[in-house]
Design a protein around this ligand. Structure first.
Ligand code: HEC
Ligand code: HEC
Length: 366
């Protein structure tokens, strides 16, 4: 391991040592979890003790709220339509849902995704489920939140390939149902704008959260996890995974070097350093959330690893310098299964999309 890797890793582990009774290692402990931990330390008999390791994680909210984008039903309903809207793509054949399928845990199960004219992007499509909880968006964290993120793919030439914000606004203004929808969602403003499109999509995404058996466990229902899953949580914590994958999203809270202890094989993508220009952040990526991880393969930013067992083994080796035995890997995977949640199917279902008018631009396959 490199000297830097060693120092960083030691610091990481130190913050999570004895993690059952401390939440210092969790990036974003919720007030509820930290209060519970404090109470448990001072007066253990006063309140029921939280389940083991609860303080490392956090209570899943119902909505990932943000001050810059207050959620209303009108905004969410508009955002849901836009999420499924192929007319936001040059050839009217690709929507957000093409790569982030809401009936498939928010992914397309491809290593990298086909966009306009079948062109493949350079990175794996992460799930949109629970993404609004992350510290920032994209593998390299280059956008601060889901609203800023939503402006990217529509104009990305290998994704939806629209020529610019004006073309998008012209298309939306040509569809009477959208003119109505934007007026309801953004009253008292110039409603149909590119930013408002992104705000509506973001509002919809802020409720795409997936409660899982692990959340029931964190809430005090210890039996929500079976014996193998509870043992798997112990293995996960004891191995050191929570040094990075902790907090309410079990990840999504910080950037870390991929190959921190042992260099990652065949890595070409420099990740975060391309965004910040800071060479010390070469090969740093956002630590992904592990919610629904059993369902969102292939894994890693390049989608090169299809098997979760292989992904877990590689993580232990390259991030922590540990060779896990097969039974330890299986144990961790049992725990990871408990992070598979449910998205409200009615909320996420494809709505009816408003019809085009004579002035709506035609699909452009070029
Ligand atoms: C052609 C496939 C494709 C389409 C279409 C697409 N995305 Fe993505 N999406 C990706 C890929 C690939 C990434 C990761 C890119 C990166 O990190 O550089 C991504 C990243 C994201 C993320 C970040 C998640 C995280 O964990 O950081 C969100 C949120 C998201 N997309 C939402 C959307 C929305 C909303 C739309 C529609 C406006 C959309 N995507 C359209 C492929 C796609
Ligand atoms: C030092 C920080 C760190 C530690 C410790 C760590 N991880 Fe990771 N993990 C990451 C980063 C960074 C990524 C993103 C990799 C990439 O960009 O391809 C990741 C990715 C993953 C993925 C793939 C996620 C996806 O959506 O494709 C899984 C699964 C995973 N980690 C599980 C684990 C397990 C299990 C452990 C413990 C054995 C662990 N990690 C320990 C930082 C860490």
């Amino acid at each position: 391991m490199t000297r830097n890797g060693m120092v960083l890793l030691a610091a990481l582990i130190a913050t999570t040592a004895g993690c059952g009774d401390s939440n210092e290692g969790a990036e974003a402990p919720t007030p509820v979890a930290s209060e519970a931990a404090a109470v448990a330390e001072s007066t253990p008999e006063a309140k029921p003790t939280p389940p083991p390791h609860a303080a490392l994680f956090g209570v899943l909210p119902e909505v990932a709220e943000a001050e810059h984008n207050p959620i209303t039903d009108a905004k969410v309903d508009l955002g849901r339509m836009l999420y499924y809207e192929p007319r936001l793509s040059k050839n009217h054949d690709i929507s957000c849902n093409s790569c982030h399928q809401l009936d498939n845990f928010g992914v397309d199960s491809e290593p990298t995704s086909p966009g306009h004219k079948g062109q493949l992007g350079g990175r794996n499509s992460p799930t949109v489920l629970n993404a609004a909880l992350h510290v920032a968006q994209f593998w390299d964290g280059r956008e601060p939140h889901v609203e800023a993120q939503a402006k990217g793919p529509v104009l990305n030439p290998v994704e939806m390939a629209m020529s610019g914000p004006d073309a998008v606004v012209a298309t939306l203004k040509s569809i009477p149902g959208y003119v109505d929808g934007f007026a309801k969602a953004f009253p008292g403003e110039d409603p149909v704008t590119y930013d408002n499109m992104a705000a509506a999509i973001g509002a919809f995404e802020r409720k795409l959260l997936t409660p899982s058996p692990f959340d029931a466990y964190l809430g005090g229902d210890v039996a929500a996890l079976n014996d193998a899953q509870r043992a798997g949580l112990e293995t996960f914590v004891a191995t050191g995974c929570t040094a990075c994958h902790s907090g309410v999203a079990v990840g999504g809270a910080m950037y870390q070097k991929l190959g921190l202890v042992e260099a990652w094989p065949n890595i070409t993508d420099k990740g975060r350093s391309e965004v910040t220009g800071n060479a010390a952040e070469e090969y740093f990526f956002k630590v992904p959330s592990l919610r629904n991880i059993a369902k969102t393969g292939p894994y890693f930013h390049d989608g090169k690893t299809a098997e979760l067992t292989v992904a877990v083994k590689m993580m232990a080796k390259h991030q922590l310098g540990k060779e896990l035995a097969d039974d330890e890997v299986a144990s961790i995977v049992s725990f990871l299964d408990s992070l598979t949640g449910t998205v409200d199917a009615k909320y996420a279902a494809k709505p009816e999309l408003p019809p085009s008018s004579d002035t709506t631009p035609k699909p452009d396959p070029t």
